[in-house]
Design a protein around this ligand. Structure first.
Ligand SMILES: Nc1ncnc2c1ncn2[C@@H]1O[C@H](COP(=O)(O)OP(=O)(O)O)[C@@H](O)[C@H]1O
Ligand SMILES: [Mg+2]
Length: 365
C-alpha cells in the first residue's frame, strides 16, 4: 500500500477535512498519516504522528517512516514554529523518494512578476514593492486611492486602503471583522504610522480598484481548480464572496458571506462576457504557473470585478480553502475529499521522478 501523509503546522488544523480524506484513503489503496513537519527526526527519518486506522475509523498515534506522498496544508505565520518548519518542508521537498502533490507558490510580488510576462498581464493590477514612505506619498498624489498589502500576506491580514483628500489622508483597514478608519492631518503623521509598518514586513502597493457592488460591499469571485485523477486541471466550482458594507475586504475570514455564482451571474447584464473572461483565466492560469514555477495540485483564484466590468486577478492561493465552493455546491463534498487521494494515486502511477528532477529550482511555500 502507498503511504499518503498530510502535513499541517497544528494537529487540530482543518481537522474535519483531514479526517474525511483519511477515511477514504483505504478505498484508494493508501495508508493515511497526519503529522507536523517538526515531528520528523532528521537522523532516523522517522516521524511521530498519527495513522488512520481503517478498522477503528479513527487516528492512532505512532512512529512511522516519512510517507512517500505528501499533501502540504501548512499555513505559515510570523511565529517561531512556522520559522522552524519552513526549512524542514523545503528539505522534504528536495528528497528523491518523497512526492509532494503540489509545490506551493511564491509571494504576491514574484507571482505578479511572473504573470506580468504572460498573456494574463491585462488582468493584473499593477503592483510595486514599497521601498519607502515617499513612494507611497507619490502614488497617493497621482492615484488618490491605493491599496497596500503584505507581500507574504493571506486572509486579508494587514491590508490598508489609503485615500488622499485635499490635505488629509484617510486610511482604512479591517481587523477582527471590524472596519477601522483613521485620518492623518498631513504626510508627516502618515509616515510616522507607515514607516514601522513597512519596516516590520515587506509590503506592496496597488491602485485601489472599485470592486464593490451597488450596496458598497466589496466582493470577488473565488474559483477552485484542482487536478483530477488523470492529472488534468478541472474547475471544481466558483462562488461570490461578499464583504462588509463600507469595508475593503471580501475574505471570509474578514466576516464575508457567500453567494452562488449562477444566481449572481444571472443578475449581471454582461453575464456572457464575464463567463468567457473567467474561462480564459481558468484555462490559462494553471498552465502558466506550472510552466513558469512549479507543479501544483490545486489553486484558488480571487477575481475582482470593477464597477466598469473589468476583471482583475487579485490573488492566487496554492493552499485554497473549500468553504466558498462547498457553501454553494454542497454536493461537491465527496469529490473534494477524494481529490487529493486520487491525484496522489495518479502521481504514483505516472513518471513523477522526472517531474521532480525537472523542478529542482527554488522552493516555495
Ligand atoms: N487593489 C485592490 N483594490 C481593491 N480591493 C482590493 C485590492 N486588492 C485586494 N483587495 C481586496 O482585499 C481582499 C484581499 O486581498 P488579497 O490580495 O486576496 O490578499 P490576501 O492574500 O490577504 O487574501 C481581496 O479579496 C479584495 O476584496
Ligand atoms: Mg485573497
Amino acid at each position: 500500500m502507498k503511504t499518503f501523509g498530510i502535513i499541517t503546522l497544528n494537529i487540530e488544523s482543518e481537522a474535519s477535512y483531514i479526517h474525511e480524506i483519511a477515511a477514504r484513503s483505504h478505498s484508494c489503496g493508501m495508508e493515511c498519516y497526519h503529522f507536523l513537519p517538526s515531528s520528523i527526526n532528521p537522523l532516523t527519518k522517522q516521524v511521530q504522528g498519527r495513522r488512520f486506522c481503517a478498522t477503528k475509523k479513527s487516528w492512532v498515534d505512532g512512529e512511522f517512516p516519512i510517507p512517500s506522498l505528501i499533501y502540504d496544508r501548512c499555513f505559515y505565520g510570523d511565529d517561531e514554529h512556522s520559522k522552524q518548519c519552513i526549512p524542514i518542508v523545503s528539505w522534504l521537498k528536495s528528497m528523491d523518494d518523497i512526492t509532494f502533490l503540489g509545490f506551493g507558490l511564491p509571494n504576491k510580488l514574484e507571482l505578479y512578476e511572473t504573470l506580468s510576462n504572460s498573456r494574463l498581464s491585462p488582468y493584473l493590477p499593477h503592483s510595486q514593492s514599497i521601498k519607502d514612505c515617499l513612494q507611497v506619498a507619490n502614488a497617493l498624489y497621482k492615484q488618490k486611492k491605493i491599496i497596500i498589502k503584505p507581500i507574504n500576506g493571506s486572509q486579508g491580514y494587514g491590508i490598508y486602503y489609503l485615500k488622499k483628500n485635499n490635505k488629509t489622508i484617510h486610511v482604512k483597514t479591517e481587523k477582527n471583522k471590524k472596519i477601522i478608519s483613521r485620518i492623518f492631518p498631513n504626510e508627516t503623521k502618515l509616515f510616522q504610522w507607515l514607516q514601522p509598518l513597512i519596516n516590520f514586513r515587506p509590503y506592496l502597493l496597488q491602485p485601489y480598484l472599485e470592486l464593490s457592488n451597488t450596496s458598497s460591499q466589496p466582493f470577488d469571485i473565488r474559483i477552485l481548480l484542482q487536478k483530477d485523477e488523470k492529472g488534468v486541471w478541472v474547475e471544481r466550482g466558483k462562488g461570490i464572496r461578499i464583504g462588509n458594507t463600507g469595508g475593503i475586504l471580501s475574505n471570509l475570514s474578514a466576516g464575508g458571506s457567500v453567494l452562488d455564482f449562477t444566481s449572481w451571474s444571472s443578475t449581471q447584464a454582461s453575464k456572457e462576457y464575464i463567463c468567457s473572461e473567467l474561462n480564459f483565466i481558468t484555462t490559462n492560469l494553471p498552465k502558466i504557473l506550472e510552466r513558469e514555477i512549479l507543479p501544483l495540485f490545486e489553486i484558488g483564484i480571487d477575481i475582482g470585478m470593477a464597477k466598469n466590468g473589468a476583471l482583475w486577478i487579485l490573488d492566487v492561493n496554492s493552499k485554497p480553502g473549500r468553504k466558498v465552493v462547498l457553501q454553494t455546491e454542497p454536493d461537491l463534498e465527496e469529490t473534494l475529499f477524494l481529490a487529493p487521494l486520487l491525484y496522489g494515486k495518479y502521481l504514483t502511477q505516472s513518471d513523477y521522478k522526472e517531474r521532480k528532477s525537472y523542478y529542482e529550482k527554488t522552493l516555495y511555500h
